[in-house]
Every structure is written in C-alpha cells, then in structure tokens.
Design a binder for this molecule. Structure first.
Ligand SMILES: Nc1ncnc2c1ncn2[C@@H]1O[C@H](COP(=O)(O)OP(=O)(O)OP(=O)(O)O)[C@@H](O)[C@H]1O
Ligand SMILES: [Mg+2]
Length: 249
C-alpha cells in the first residue's frame, strides 16, 4: 500500500453500555479510496465519528487512531481538522439560508483564520470539480437538490484542503444517475492526492470506485480486501450485492 495516512487499531465505540463498534482496525494509504460497507446500524457512522473525535456526548471510544504518524485519538476535532482530517457527516449540516458561495467560504474559515493568504483560491478548484455549484453560487443552499447539496457538502470539506476526506454515505437518498456522478468525482479526487474513507450502504457503487474495502457487521470488521476481490466474494455478493429482497440497488 502507498504511505500509510491513517491507521486505526482496536477501535471500540459505545453509547452508554451498548457497543456500536468493536475492536475495529483499518488503514488508508495516501491518495487511496477505501470503503467501509455495511447495512443499516452496522456502526459505520459511529466508526467515522470516532475516527474524527466527533461522537455525540453520549458516546465514547477507545483504541488507536494514528494519522500521518501521530496518535490523534485524544485530540479535539478542531486539531484533527487542522492537520488535514475532514468529515462530511451523514446530516450534511449545510447552512440552508446562506448561499452556496458562503457555505464554501465557511469551509475555508480555518485556513483564513490561520492566515493562509490563498485560502480563497480553493473555490476555483471546487468549481472545476463541481461546475453545477459554480452555476448556483448565489443560490441559497436550502433550495438545492439532494445531489447538489451533497456536492456542496463535499466542496465545503475540500475548501479546508484536507488530506483525508471521510464521507458518510454520500449516495444516501440520491438517484442512481447522481450517485454515479458523485462517485465519478470522488474517484477523480485520487489525482489530487486526497485520500478518501468512504462509508456506504451502497456496496456496489462503493466497491466500484474504491481500492480497498472493509465489511462492517454489527460493529465488527468481518472481512476486508482489495475492492475487486470483495466484489467477487460470495459472502459479499450474497449479503450486499445480490438482487434479492429488501436491498438497496
Ligand atoms: N447517539 C446514539 N445513541 C445511542 N445509540 C446510538 C447513537 N447513534 C447510533 N447508535 C446505535 O449504534 C449502532 C450503530 O449506529 P450507526 O449510526 O453507527 O450505524 P450506521 O452503520 O451508520 O447505520 P446507517 O447506515 O443507518 O447510517 C446502532 O445500533 C444505533 O442504534
Ligand atoms: Mg450511518
């Protein structure tokens, strides 16, 4: 694997006494796309939030989170952001009454405050990736379509120039065409050197763009491997890729 950017070991997370993630281990190499697939309630969001240090106050976690060679598991979220970790949460948390442009600018706020003079330049890169956002730069975020909102959430995260982008179910609630568009953009991010940790229920789409994948079941990593091998694994096919009952396409 390329240089290790993130290495998580023995990560457990709980709400009160209920374990949501148990002894999880995973790695993300620099510039890689790594996916964690799992069903509803498997613990995917909990895992991402624990890596980011952003569990709700009812939650707690232990284990090691090593980012770029540093143990960060006791750091506050802001400090993790400052070294290049970024999370787009399941609830996108956009400012509905603010414009697309202002939402993007907020994503660069930390860089502005840190005195980085070129912090605004990143917006042109975001607009290159998401031309739709440029067209709608003056529109209120609350009036965007679901797909556009997702693009804005990712664009806002990119304004912070992260090295590790963690995405919590970017495909949620989107039509297949928009899912393809967003995943195409995510796979294009590889060239910019950003590493992506992608948590998804949509295993098919996720395994298509990812280099490597982990399968999370009731809080535990039960299987992992190169994304292509996982996509052929009978257990994955049966549980996550089959066309059988009750599955999301
Ligand atoms: N704030 C919370 N308080 C108590 N329990 C929680 C909380 N958040 C999540 N849980 C529980 O932890 C488990 C894992 O939830 P989590 O949200 O991490 O799953 P998920 O894989 O992200 O699911 P989904 O695909 O539906 O988003 C579930 O049993 C859930 O009910
Ligand atoms: Mg979730």
């Amino acid at each position: 694997m390329p240089d290790k950017l993130l290495e998580v070991t023995g990560l457990s997370a709980r709400y009160g006494k209920v374990n949501a993630v148990l002894e999880a281990a995973l790695q993300v190499g620099a510039g890689q796309i790594v996916t964690v697939i799992g069903a509803n309630g498997a613990g995917k969001s909990t895992l991402l939030n624990a890596i980011m240090g952003a569990l709700p106050t009812s939650g707690s976690a232990d284990g090691l989170v090593v980012y770029d060679g540093q143990q960060v598991q006791d750091w506050r979220v802001e400090r993790r952001v400052a070294v290049g970790m970024s999370l787009v949460p399941e609830k996108r948390e956009l400012f509905a009454s603010m414009t697309v442009e202002d939402n993007l600018l907020l994503g660069g706020f930390r860089r502005f405050r840190a005195g980085e003079r070129d912090w605004r330049d990143e917006m042109e890169n975001v607009f290159r990736l998401f031309p739709r956002l440029k067209e709608r730069r003056a529109q209120h975020a609350g009036t965007l379509s679901g797909g556009e909102r997702q693009m804005l959430a990712v664009g806002r995260a990119l304004m912070a120039k992260p090295r590790l982008l963690m995405l919590d179910e970017p495909s949620l609630g989107l039509a297949p065409r928009i899912v393809r568009e967003i995943f195409h953009i995510i796979s294009g991010l590889r060239e910019t050197g950003v590493a992506t940790l992608l948590v998804e229920q949509n295993a098919r789409a996720a395994l298509q763009v990812a280099d490597y994948g982990y399968v999370l079941e009731t809080g535990e990593v039960v299987l992992h491997g190169p994304a292509r091998e996982l996509a052929d694994n009978p257990r994955v096919v049966e549980s996550y890729l089959g066309l059988g009952k009750g599955r999301k396409a």
